[in-house]
Design a protein around this ligand. Structure first.
Ligand SMILES: [Zn+2]
Length: 379
């Protein structure tokens, strides 16, 4: 049923349309035109105001041919860089670029797969539940499209994000993450003429940082300080230093504990700082939740649906948790039940990114099978 040549051509067309985050306008309209030509209604939500993208999230409604509850499938429209003028090379069943740019299989392979699925359903008049395709913007810069999605446009309560590597792996859990900033304020002074009047913010902050844990905290929790800023001139005692970091865990309570530990240790170091003067250094801290953890047990109906569909096409589906975030974190937080499916993309976010056509075909078949089983389970 799958038209290989059509899938190849569609994927290549999508790759050629540059779509860095916030510049998804061209690809969104290209995709909407395809579904409108198939006779399906397309909606853009108003998320562009919040995300700063050229367009809102695109929602496509494919009416069901059986009276079943609807399912959604989501892919993101944006890619990371470098993505200027990509040249796609298809050789021995593998898509890659000439090495100057990323390929953007993350997540355009998913878009191509969803287009192929819709065409197959239509031309073969296959029974299927109501389907909603959600194409989000700005996923790569903090899941912004999904966060601002107008959920009132979506009828489905459950579905899938197509945004992972191996087609036989189902991601059924992902961690929660906080971003944080620790800022130390000191007093500036000339470093040579009157250093005793200054309080060195960099010196104080470095003591805070060295008192904190880093790396893997336990098997499901990590911490990193990834950015440090402060000072402008070597002959001035710096009056401000900032460290930025993140913490991730599959357990929300562990993040709350870690946050408390970071703040308490930092406060203590600054309070006991030996070179204090006039109430300085002072500590400022800010923690912000970036996304929430989720976990859907393998016994769950949605997991079982994928497992059965996999078996039908000869795949032994494996469930595993992921360390990174995707739109699925946001969907689950918003009350949708959402798993992540693999599409075959490999070495994503590098110029060596590639994808095998056979993996895209496997995922296409998996989705067709999910839809078939779902439409057969209608009483
Ligand atoms: Zn992605």
């Amino acid at each position: 049923m799958i038209d290989k040549d059509r899938l190849i051509l569609e994927f290549e067309n999508l790759v050629k349309i540059e779509s860095p985050s916030r510049k998804e306008g061209a690809i969104a309209h290209y995709v909407a035109d395809i579904f409108e030509a198939l006779g399906y209604k397309c909606f853009f939500d108003k998320s562009a105001e919040a995300t700063g993208s050229e367009v809102g999230n695109l929602i496509v409604k494919i009416p069901g041919s059986v009276p079943s509850s609807p399912l959604f499938f989501c892919a993101h429209l944006d890619t990371v860089g470098p993505c200027e003028n990509p040249k796609v090379i298809f050789e021995d069943g593998i898509f890659r670029t000439d090495g100057r740019t990323i390929l953007g299989a993350d997540d355009k392979a998913a878009i191509a797969i969803l287009i192929e699925v819709a065409k197959i359903l239509k031309e073969n008049a296959l029974p299927h539940p109501p389907i909603e395709y959600i194409f989000t913007t700005c996923e790569e810069i903090g899941l912004l499209g999904a966060k601002s999605l107008d959920a009132s446009l979506v009828d489905s309560r459950e579905g899938f994000v197509l945004d992972s590597e191996n087609p036989w792996e189902v991601i059924n859990g992902a961690p929660s993450s906080y971003r944080f900033e620790l800022k130390v304020k000191g007093i500036s002074a000339h470093a040579g003429l009157e250093p005793e009047k200054g309080v060195n913010a960099i010196h104080a902050l470095s003591q805070v940082i060295s008192s904190l844990p880093t790396g893997r905290i336990d098997e499901e929790t990590t911490m990193n300080i990834g950015v440090i800023r402060g000072g402008n001139f070597v002959n001035i005692v710096p009056d401000e230093a900032v460290a930025e970091g993140e913490i991730r865990s599959h357990q929300e309570f562990k993040l709350e504990e870690l946050q408390k530990l970071i703040i308490e240790r930092a406060k203590k170091i600054i309070e006991e700082y030996s070179l204090k003067r006039e109430g300085f250094p002072k500590l400022f801290h800010h923690f912000e939740k970036i996304y929430s953890a989720f976990y859907i047990p393998p016994e769950d109906e949605l997991c079982q649906l994928v497992k059965k569909a996999g078996e039908k096409i000869g795949l032994n589906m494996v469930f595993r948790r992921k360390e990174g975030a995707s739109d699925a974190n946001v969907f689950n937080e918003k009350g949708f039940k959402c798993l992540i499916l693999g599409i075959g993309m490999q070495k994503v976010h590098t110029t060596e990114e590639y994808i095998a056509l056979k993996d895209m075909i496997i995922t296409t078949n998996l989705i067709l099978e999910i839809l078939r089983i779902k439409s057969e389970s209608v009483e």
